[in-house]
Design a binder for this molecule. Structure first.
Ligand SMILES: N[C@@H](CCC(=O)N[C@@H](CS)C(=O)NCC(=O)O)C(=O)O
Length: 416
């Protein structure tokens, strides 16, 4: 059975294996009729890669996913393949640069590019972090390439193949000349590599991006499945289709009535509560908290605690704060129907992120779950208002009481 690569013909992650195959004299067939978003959602594909991402290589011994793993497999098919260098230390360095390319270059290009194309939410501070991370990585790469033509040794290795493919999307889509000219050795390296005949055969003519793509829209344009975490931060890495994305975003959409507007009227007026919360400057317990419970209508509203699912990852204070701010920004669509408090807890990382939300209706509104992908990053627990301890926890969260559950607060953010 031949090796069959499941991917479209324009996927830079698939190019890694195809180039490795060119260098190794291995034949790989690209599967016929592959359609991104359709073929990779089919049950047969999900049997090969349960996460549904592309590429996947079908081998006589079973499928392999993850493009770097596929490229390694292809390179190993040829005994003593020079793509893997000629010593143990070469091998170590090749692996080092493959990981560097994935974790420092590819990730940061993706975090800069994809939100601009509408795949993920565009947030200027997140973009700044991505660009800073990318520049740091390119600086290091540039320094290495000052005295090296290739990443390892004196010839193309698998590390160069992976690095070139990862850089290619940056050079083509977002890293303009004025950006890359800060890294002259990276430029020299990249143009040398893309002009190697075996690489050029797969990548084709590569053209330098002339401008940074404008932000398609504030609202992520990915299909629903792609918005569902695991993903956390990870924007959808689909081949970019900026035109389609923009076109889709610009199409006028009829606005159906929100089902929450059809609920029986409630005695609780959300804006009254928000006003009371904002205007109470002293005696918060006696005025605002008491006022809240006087107004609260359990028939028309519900209270929910939420706990961030990945607390261990909240090591850096500003990243954690940005994450919460992003969540509140994306909740904008729920302003008429919700009030929230988010606490960032702890004196040092990992910080805990916990929140309290008041929603119109007795369940978490479905449109919020559907439209705000952060909802899946949290575990949600409905508050039992007959439980005094839970009520007290609500009070403490509304009040930003410190210490909260024995710890100081780094910050408290309010959605109102
Ligand atoms: N780390 C993976 C990334 C794969 C990936 O993100 N593939 C994108 C296309 S380049 C994809 O399949 N996206 C579809 C999705 O996220 O559902 C690899 O290197 O293979």
């Amino acid at each position: 059975m031949a090796l069959v690569l499941h991917s479209s013909s324009t996927n830079k992650n698939a190019f890694k294996a195809l180039i490795a195959a060119e260098y190794s004299g291995i034949k790989i067939e690209l599967v016929k009729g592959f359609e991104m978003g359709v073929s990779n959602k089919a049950p047969e594909f999900l049997k090969m890669n349960p996460i549904g991402k592309v590429p996947v290589l079908e081998t006589p011994d079973g499928p392999i996913f993850e493009s770097n793993a596929i490229a390694r497999y292809v390179a190993r098919l040829k005994a003593d393949n020079p793509l893997y260098g000629s010593s143990l230390i070469d091998y170590g360095h090749i692996e080092q640069w493959i990981d560097f390319s994935a974790n420092e270059i590819d990730v940061n290009i993706g975090r800069w590019l994809y939100p601009r194309l509408g795949f993920g939410v565009y947030l200027p501070p997140a973009e700044e972090v991505a660009i800073a991370g990318l520049k740091r990585a390119l600086d290091a790469l540039n320094a290495h390439l000052t005295t090296n033509t290739y990443l390892v040794g004196h010839d193309v290795t698998l590390a160069d193949i992976v690095m070139t493919c990862n850089l290619s999307i940056g050079f083509k889509m977002i890293m303009t000349k004025s950006f890359t000219s800060e890294f002259p050795h990276v430029e020299r390296y990249f143009w040398t590599l893309v002009n190697q005949p075996k690489i050029k055969k797969i990548l084709g003519e590569v053209k330098h991006a002339e401008s940074i793509p404008p932000v398609a829209s504030k609202k992520p344009a990915q299909p629903k499945e792609a918005a569902k975490p695991k993903k956390k931060e990870e924007p959808k890495k689909e081949e970019a289709k900026p035109k389609e994305v923009v076109a889709e975003e610009e199409a006028p959409k009829p606005k159906p009535k929100n089902p929450l507007d059809l609920l029986p009227p409630s005695k609780m007026i959300l804006d009254d509560w928000k006003r009371l919360y904002s205007n109470t400057k002293t005696n918060f317990r006696e005025v605002a908290i008491k006022g809240f419970w006087d107004m609260y209508d359990p028939e028309g509203y519900s209270l929910w605690f939420c706990d961030y699912k990945y607390q261990d990852e909240n090591n850096v204070s500003f990243v954690t704060l940005n994450k919460v701010s992003g969540f509140l920004q994306r909740m904008d669509l729920a302003r008429k129907y919700a009030f929230g408090k988010m606490l960032i807890i702890g004196a040092e990382g990992p910080y805990k992120v916990k929140g309290l939300w008041l929603f119109r209706g007795t369940e978490i509104p479905q449109f919020i779950v559907d439209e705000c992908y952060d909802m899946e990053l949290y575990d949600w627990f409905k508050v039992d208002i007959n439980d005094e301890a839970q009520k007290e926890r609500v009070n403490q969260m509304i009040e930003d009481a410190e210490p909260f559950e024995g710890e100081p607060l780094l910050d408290a953010k309010c959605f109102k």
